[in-house]
Design a binder for this molecule. Sequence first.
Ligand code: PBG
Length: 324
Amino acid sequence: MYFPAYRMRRLRQTPQIRNLVRETDLLPDRLIYPLFVTHGNDIRSEVGAMPGCFQLSINNLVKEARELLKLGIPAILLFGIPAQKDEAGSGAYDEEGIIQMALAALKDAVPELVLITDVCLCEYTSHGHCGIVQGGQVDNDLTLELLAKMALSHAEAGADIVAPSDMMDGRVAAIRGALDNEGFTGTPIMSYAAKYASAFYGPFREAAESVPAFGDRRSYQMDPRNSDEAVRECLLDIDEGADIIMVKPALPYLDVIQRVKQETKFPLAAYNVSGEYAAIKAAAANGWLDEQQAVLEALTSIRRAGADMIVTYHARDVAAWLGR
Ligand code: PBG
C-alpha cells in the first residue's frame, strides 16, 4: 500500500499517539549508576573531565545512595580508590579495603539498592594494569587467583552482583568456582564480556586513578575492529557461568550490542562509558547540544540496539528528568 492510501505521518500527530506506537522504553529501572568511593571523611571531589561525577567518601556515598533509591534507580556499580597501591593490588581483596567497607555501610543503610562491584585490579596496582605484571607482561593465570579472591571478598562484604572487567581469559569460571566453594551460589556474575580497548575510557582513568604506567591495555582488551570476536567472548563467558554479559563502550558499538543480543539471547548490559558522557557534557556546556534531549536520544538508542540495562553516568539526571 503506497501513498496516498498509506501515510506514515498519521501515527506521528500527537505525543499520545506517538507513545502508543513507540517500540522502545527508557525507564530509570533499567539504569545502573557508577560511583567512585575513596578514603577520608566528607569528601566530594568532582572529576575534572566528568562534571557532575564525584569521588565520594563513604558517608557521602551513603547519602547519595539514599537519593538514588528515591529517584527510582535500582542499582549502583562501585569503583574503589585505595589508600595505597602495590604490585599485587592487595587493596582489592583486603577485608578492610575501601570497597569492603563501603559495602558494609551501604548494606546497612540502603538494603534494597542492588550493589554491583567492579572486579579488576587496575585501581589497586602501582602500575595501573588490570593484572599481575611479570616480565613486562600481564600474566593471565596468576591474575585469576587474585580476581577470584577479590570477587569473594566483595560477596562476603555484601555485594549483590560481582562484575569482572579485567578481560583475563577464564576469569568467570575462576570467580564462579570461588564463590560456589564458599556458599555464594546465589551471587550473579555480570561479566564485561566484550570490552574494547577504547579511547573513550580516558576520563574514567582520571576518576579511578588508574592510568597504566606503561604501555596500554591492547594485549587483553578487544580490538575495536572486531565483532565476531565479541560474540565468541560472550559465548565463552556464558559457558563459564556468566549470568549477565556486557558490551562496552556502548554508542560506538551499537552494532555489537545488537549482534550479541540476537546471538546469545542473554541478559545484556551496555556500558555508556566516561568518554561518551564527557563528550555530551562538554558540547552541552558550550551550548552546542541540548543536554537532556541528546542524553535521552543516546540512551534510547542503546536500548533500541538490544541492551536490557545501561550502566551510565547520566543515570541520576535521567531519573530526575523522567520523574517517578
Ligand atoms: C577497569 C575499568 C575501566 C572502566 C570500567 N572498569 C577502565 C579501563 O579498562 O581502563 C571504564 C569505564 C568508563 O570509561 O566509564 N578495568
